[in-house]
Design a protein. Structure first.
Length: 598
């Protein structure tokens, strides 16, 4: 009886949602030939058929309908041919008001395939094409959800409060599927990572430890192997050209008042790569499918936030609607978009309520942005030993001088590196002094700090060599690894030096409201030394960074407006008390973070 239906998506839904309209996609051979009704007097507000007879989209109104089972009824010539049960589930208590991540958190980014293999039994799966091959740098290495769960204590020891895990939904590409950005089923966890139930369990175990889980969502594209791409609901479900056309990646076209129509079309509608079909969010069916899928994962897995891949590659007005639909359901839910613009004005354009966007009557509704401008600087400045105009610490000073452009500067995701950049320890040739300066800035300036897995133990990687070089396996994540960096005893002396500094720094940060949401005053760098303060009514923190190769003695009189009546500062790493009333001496390539005391 039910062989006619291959898929129903969303597979179930929830009662008492802010938006009562639910569009159910039903897929099966010639399913559109049937008349459809719903039991229990649930009102149908729309039935949409497309040029593909294998799809039917049924919209129902769930307002005032309690959690219950009901039936989709399929008829032919008024005769019931078959029915399909559908369920409205009970939401968790206070689900809509869930708290998300913010500047009081430290986010840890990991790639699950490269982190830890907790369940070798799922290394391969008959339903997926690419098989386990840890010997291949670009192959599937076997890391999974259980491996992440096994190391929740490690994240806490490090000082992380939030996990951003690169996509976990099925990616059935034949090669290089480990990054999982070319998804083939967005309602199903890739079986090589585990099951949907495993993902829900991960969120639950994290919440027991007061940690937050962020899902990496992809709105711009799917993988070529996505089941729906193989049988498109409509021709314009994806953006198509007569011949394959790749995006020009020129994202300034979004706001360029001089842009040509062909360049703009290529920008929005061109494909990211040949294996990733570009979704057409202008199609209301596509936009609604993506919106409901995102909300389903939040509700089902009890998620705490999103990071959205290639956010500004999607059609701007459509992605703004997608974002607003989610934040209408969850007013406190944070969403950070990957927007790799290198101008503060262009980046600010994409933050919710931006005065820059308002010029063109555009509001992305996106709460948070990834600060790629700061990232670029953190991956270069500590190799610039000489300061001065446009060099060294002057660059970082100038970056913060443009913070006035952002409507919410505290809600920027700040990072030195991620899975698409050089690793910081490669750029700085594992000079731990430069690593410490980098981490100190991330821990003490405005925004939400994000760390990339393995850097806290000195892992390095050269993106120019390959993507896989910056996505190596975490040592100790596999049985038989000679180096287990998850434990103090298993780490090398160098790894412990990196880890201990990082852990102490971010544990200190956890309870410091001044560096979460406090004000900032900074001083023009002199001799490649940068000094700034973070402060609120609860206290003040003084940060001094000597980026030169010489010892510097700093006269503190210049900073009197922030030092005020404070007499000493406690070094947050060593615990040493330092007099701040006259002079402070800084070693070459060093940082000093002082909690000021009377």
């Amino acid at each position: 009886m039910f062989a006619q239906i291959n898929r129903v998506e969303p597979p179930f839904w929830y009662a008492e949602m802010h938006n009562p309209e639910l569009q159910i996609m039903i897929y099966g051979k010639n399913i559109a030939k049937y008349q459809i009704s719903v039991s229990n007097s649930i009102p149908i507000t729309n039935v949409q058929r497309t040029e593909n007879p294998n799809y039917i989209f049924v919209t129902i109104n769930t307002k005032n309908i309690p959690p219950k089972d009901f039936f989709l009824i399929f008829k032919e010539k008024e005769k019931v041919i078959f029915t399909k049960k559908y369920t409205l589930k009970q939401r968790r208590e206070n689900s809509a008001q869930r708290k998300s991540y913010d500047a009081s958190d430290m986010m840890y980014l990991l790639m699950p395939d490269r982190f830890s293999n907790g369940n070798p039994n799922n290394d391969g799966d008959a339903s997926t094409t690419e098989k386990y091959n840890r010997e291949s740098p670009g192959g599937r290495h076997g890391g999974d959800i259980q491996g992440i769960m096994n190391h929740l204590d490690y994240f806490q020891e490090l000082g992380a409060t939030t996990l951003w895990i690169t996509p976990l939904c099925e990616d059935n590409d034949a090669h290089h599927s480990y990054h999982t950005y070319g998804q083939s089923d967005v309602y199903k966890i890739d079986p090589r990572y585990g099951t949907n139930e495993d993902y829900v369990r991960l969120a639950s175990e994290m919440h027991k430890k007061n940690m937050k889980l962020v899902l990496d969502y992809v709105t711009n594209h799917w993988g070529l192997e996505h089941w729906m791409i193989k049988d498109l609901p409509t021709h314009n479900w994806i953006n198509q050209f007569e011949n394959y056309t790749q995006t020009n990646h020129k994202r300034t076209l979004v706001h360029d008042i001089h842009a040509s129509k062909i360049d703009t079309k290529t920008c929005f509608d061109g494909w990211f790569v040949p294996l990733m079909p570009d979704l057409n969010q202008r199609n209301p069916l596509v936009l609604n499918y993506l919106t409901q899928n995102a909300i389903w994962w939040i509700e089902y897995a009890n998620l705490d936030g999103f990071r959205v891949d290639t956010y500004n590659y999607a059609e701007p007005n459509a992605i703004a609607k997608w974002t607003k639909s989610i934040t209408d359901e969850y007013p406190n839910f944070n969403i950070v978009g990957e927007i790799s613009m290198r101008s503060q004005a262009q980046l600010s354009y994409w933050q919710k309520d931006s005065p820059i966007g308002k010029i063109q009557n555009f509001n992305s509704n996106l709460p948070s942005l990834m600060d790629f401008i700061l990232s670029d600087e953190l991956l270069s400045i500590f190799n610039e030993d000489e300061g001065g105009w446009g060099r060294g610490m002057e660059k970082i000073y100038d970056n913060f001088a443009n913070d006035f452009l952002y409507p919410n500067v505290n809600n920027l995701l700040i990072f030195a590196e991620n899975h698409d950049t050089h690793r910081v320890n490669h750029v700085y040739n594992n000079d731990i002094r430069k690593y410490k300066m980098t981490m100190a800035i991330l821990a003490t300036v405005r925004g939400i700090p994000q760390l990339y897995y393995g850097s806290e133990i000195g892992m390095a990687g050269n993106k120019d060599k390959s993507d896989e070089d910056i996505r190596q396996d975490f040592p100790g994540g596999w049985e038989g690894d000679s180096n287990n960096a998850f434990t103090k005893e298993g780490r090398t002396e160098m790894q412990n030096e990196y880890f201990d500094f990082t852990s102490k720094l971010f544990h200190w940060r956890k309870n410091k409201s001044a560096v979460h949401f406090g004000k900032m005053t900074h001083y023009i760098p002199e001799n490649n030394v940068y000094v700034y303060f973070r402060y609120d009514s609860a206290g003040s923190v003084m940060v001094l960074i000597n980026n030169s190769n010489e010892t510097r003695t700093i006269n503190t009189h210049r900073f009197q407006e922030n030092i005020g009546n404070y007499k000493t500062g406690k070094d947050v790493i060593t615990g040493q008390t330092i007099d701040v009333t006259k002079e402070i001496t800084l070693e070459p390539k060093s940082v000093l973070i002082l909690e000021l005391n009377n």
